[in-house]
Design a protein around this ligand. Structure first.
Ligand code: C5P
Length: 456
């Protein structure tokens, strides 16, 4: 039932995007849709009636004078552009200029009743396929990183699920300042893409990094690597993901844990949400922010993770076990802090419950994806694990010597009963998108087989 609802949704969105693709069998359709959303701008090459909707945010830097040129380049390539200016941007360029080049009313005030009556800020946030901020000042980057909503542009950014691209423009010292660099990292970690800045002469007379990338080059960058649109690949489906380490208490102040940062699981939760799924993230202790639109359930121990997952498994279509669960836990955690008295002590450990196996064993359970962290013979060990745990898919990575755990980048070897795919080394958010695309394809084939079995 669930699968049929999802297929119908995919059908509807595909018919809008591409009638040829809509006529294909379901499995190929899912693959084609993923490819289309990521590799082409159907809209920007003028080959499709649908128009890519770009919301261009202009903030108050000298480079704002180049933004009308950027609007022209974007509209020439087939996009519909609406401009939102900050108050400071209006000191550099007038709204009338942008109105003339975009052919659309320009918005700048959150409190403009008339404009809100025509298209409210939430509608504007929903309207955008992509938000591009160029030029982006240090102040804007800081506001975006902090999640402020104190003017129209920051409010729209916060209210939108569209991918955000930012072309910074500022004095070189401001760009290099640790505060700006920290904001840059926060934004990148959240999937915001930075275009530039370029290096060279600056309006202030200094030389260094901080110039806005030229409008032509911004458009070329968009075409070279189109931002991923919020897709509908997993629309109507519920994805439950475990992430992070677990903590197994020894006594009230000590515990056994591991080096997992939770980044991969959180990136997967974000990517699944971007693909239209309802996402439940069962997370061990991490320092990460909850991805927007994701329901997070915090747990500490392997047993708590097991219980939380099984509470939601009945409504789960896809389960991804990404957590680094402690395999063993102290048999009898002490009720009081253990005293240091003996010269040595031993701890009796027992196996903790394997959530992944318990989900894979369920009759009528979800499509189940596991992870395997291996230090050697990656493919052999992962294939054995796929079979032994009766998984539908396994994503294996090499760990140790700076690889895998607690790292920003990773590479994955993905195996399923009839096939394999190698996902090249990439930042975890990007890798997560690719894995979610692959899971969506395999899920589609699995659900079709499953339906066929049930109707046979
Ligand atoms: O067998 P191994 O521990 O390498 O398997 C790793 C996979 O199993 C991961 O997907 C992990 O999330 C899952 N797992 C689990 N519960 C455990 C141990 C591992 O869900 N107790």
């Amino acid at each position: 039932m669930r699968q049929r609802a999802a297929a119908a949704d995919l059908e509807g969105s595909l018919a809008q995007w591409n009638p040829t693709l809509a006529a294909m069998p379901v499995g190929r359709k899912a693959a084609g849709f993923a490819l289309r959303a990521r590799l082409e701008w159907p809209i920007m090459d003028g080959s499709n009636n649908a128009q890519l909707k770009i919301l261009l945010g202009v903030t108050g830097g000298v480079a704002a004078y180049k933004a009308p040129e950027l609007v022209r380049r974007l509209t020439e390539s087939g996009a519909a552009v609406r401009v939102v200016m900050t108050a400071a941007a209006q000191r550099f360029v007038g709204a009338t200029t942008f109105q003339a080049v975009s052919g659309e009313p320009v918005r700048s005030d959150l409190w403009d009743d008339q404009a809100e009556a025509a298209m409210g800020h939430i509608e504007l946030a929903r309207w955008a396929d992509v938000i591009l901020v160029a030029p982006a000042t240090a102040n804007f980057m800081a506001s975006l990183a902090a999640g402020l909503a104190n003017d129209l542009l920051t409010t729209v950014c916060l209210a939108s699920q569209a991918p955000v691209l930012v072309a910074p423009a500022m004095n070189q010292a401001m760009w290099s300042h640790p505060a700006t660099q920290a904001n840059r990292r926060v934004l990148e970690g959240r999937g915001v893409r930075l275009i530039g800045p370029a290096e060279g002469d600056q309006a202030c007379g200094e030389i260094g990094p901080g110039r806005m990338v030229e409008p032509d080059d911004i458009v070329a960058e968009l075409l070279r690597a189109p931002p991923r649109l919020v897709s509908q690949l997993l629309k109507g489906l519920t994805v439950t993901i475990t992430a992070g380490p677990t903590r197994e208490p020894i006594d009230p102040v000590r515990y056994i844990t591991n080096r997992s940062s939770g980044r991969m699981g959180y990136a997967l939760a974000n990517a699944a949400r971007e693909a239209g799924a309802k996402v439940i993230l069962v997370s061990g202790p991490t320092a990460l922010a909850t991805p927007a639109g994701v329901r997070r359930i915090d747990v500490e121990t392997a047993q708590e993770m097991f219980t939380a997952v099984h509470r939601h498994i009945g409504s789960t279509d896809i389960f991804i076990g990404c957590a680094a669960v402690a395999d063993y836990r102290p048999e009898a955690p002490a009720g009081e802090k253990l005293k240091r008295s003996e010269s040595s002590m031993s701890l009796s450990l027992v196996r903790s419950a394997d959530t992944l196996v318990s989900v894979a064993e369920l009759d009528d359970g979800p499509f189940t994806v596991g992870f395997a962290a291996e230090t050697e013979h990656l493919e052999r060990h992962a294939r054995q694990k796929l079979q032994a745990k009766k998984l539908d898919m396994i994503a294996a990575n090499e760990v140790g010597r700076g690889k895998g755990f607690d790292a920003q980048n990773n590479a994955l070897l993905v195996l399923w009963p009839e096939g394999r795919a190698e996902l090249a080394r990439a930042p975890k958010p990007l890798l997560a998108q690719r894995l979610i695309d692959l899971i969506a394809q395999r899920y589609d084939a699995w659900a079709t087989d499953d339906n066929a079995e049930h109707s046979a």
